[in-house]
Design a protein around this ligand. Structure first.
Ligand SMILES: [Zn+2]
Length: 327
């Protein structure tokens, strides 16, 4: 039994003891959530596994209107399917259903899981600023809208092939600010939550790709400045913003650890830092969640994770000290 299997069985047993739902019904159609439970906090990534499934032609999950693609578990010798379920930072806390449909030749199999979304405590900051510092003028507002649409279109198509492998890399060794998910309320109006993590580092510091992928978009946007969007396949994207330099082109195949740009302060930034974001099937997740995935160690694919313990020191969690976005 692999580490992942053990982990999941322990997780399911632990959750099952909290939620009195019958895990293995004897007969009849699968009741809602009857195949088991998963749980995770807002902004986290849950590894979903169906250990008993084999030789499927396609395995697709649906969760809160998003599609989750499952793939054969590389660590299980042809048995079982796994997938990454991203929990958006604004997904409603509570129990939701994850349905999975597997195609096995002519036959189909349907699974239903209960996913418990646990509320995360994100910080809220109230600011009062002069009106012209907060509201975009008409021209800037139109530009921002067009940029949002450009990103939406580029990320709507996902690569059907998985390019990422276990062992994600922190793209910059620097001061992690811990402001993922935080909300700024400016003059009483809530802004979009901060959908990534800011890492403070000197101007010109190397920015590495977090994993293998294809460069889907290179931009120069009003808020994010010079930025790179990397498609890692199966709906997983990483983003790198406020760069001073971009060293790749759209369509380039890149490797984990490859230097793709340099830290800067382009766009709306108070100082040099990297804004690092991750999207899993459309869900905005904390990129550091990818570094902590409970995958089994596979020497063929594992890579070092450069997360220095000092980055998590609580006294260093002041975002403005390291430079951050002003969104
Ligand atoms: Zn940021």
């Amino acid at each position: 039994m692999s580490f992942l299997d053990r982990f999941l069985i322990i997780s399911v047993v632990l959750v099952a003891s909290v939620f009195p739902v019958e895990l293995f019904p004897n007969t009849g159609p699968v009741p809602r959530g009857g195949d088991g439970q998963f749980s995770g906090k807002q902004g986290q990534v849950v590894v979903v596994a169906i250990p008993e499934l084999k030789d499927a032609t396609s395995v697709k999950g649906r969760f809160l209107g998003r599609t989750v693609t499952l793939f054969p578990n590389p660590a299980a010798g042809g048995m079982g399917y796994i997938g990454l379920l991203g929990i958006d930072l604004q997904d409603e806390p509570g129990a939701h259903e994850l349905t999975v449909d597997a195609q096995l030749g002519e036959q189909g199999r349907h699974f239903s899981y209960q996913v418990l979304v646990v509320k995360e405590k994100f910080s809220v900051e109230h600011l009062k600023l002069p009106k012209d510092k907060v509201d975009l003028d008409e021209k800037s507002a139109a530009r921002w809208k067009a940029e949002q649409e450009q990103v939406r279109k580029a990320l709507a198509e996902e690569s059907a092939m998985r390019l990422w492998h276990t062992g994600f890399i922190e793209p910059v060794h620097g001061k992690r600010t811990g402001i993922f998910g935080s909300v700024r309320i400016m003059n009483g109006q809530p802004r979009n939550p901060h959908n990534g993590e800011d890492i403070g580092a000197p101007m010109g510091t190397d920015v590495m790709a977090s994993n293998d992928g294809v460069v889907r978009l290179v931009v120069d946007h009003i808020f994010s400045g010079r930025g790179i969007f990397v498609d890692h396949g199966l709906g997983l994207y990483s983003m790198y913003f406020h760069l001073s330099d971009v060293l790749v082109n759209e369509g380039d195949l890149i490797k984990a650890g490859q230097v793709i740009g340099k830290v800067g302060a382009t766009g709306r930034a108070t100082g040099p830092h990297l804004h690092w974001g991750m999207k899993v099937n459309g869900a905005r997740v904390n990129p550091y969640a990818l570094l902590e995935l409970p995958f089994p160690q596979n020497p063929a694919t594992a890579r070092p994770v450069f997360a220095a313990p000092s980055l998590l020191a609580p006294e260093e969690s002041n975002p403005t000290a390291a430079g951050s976005d002003t969104r």
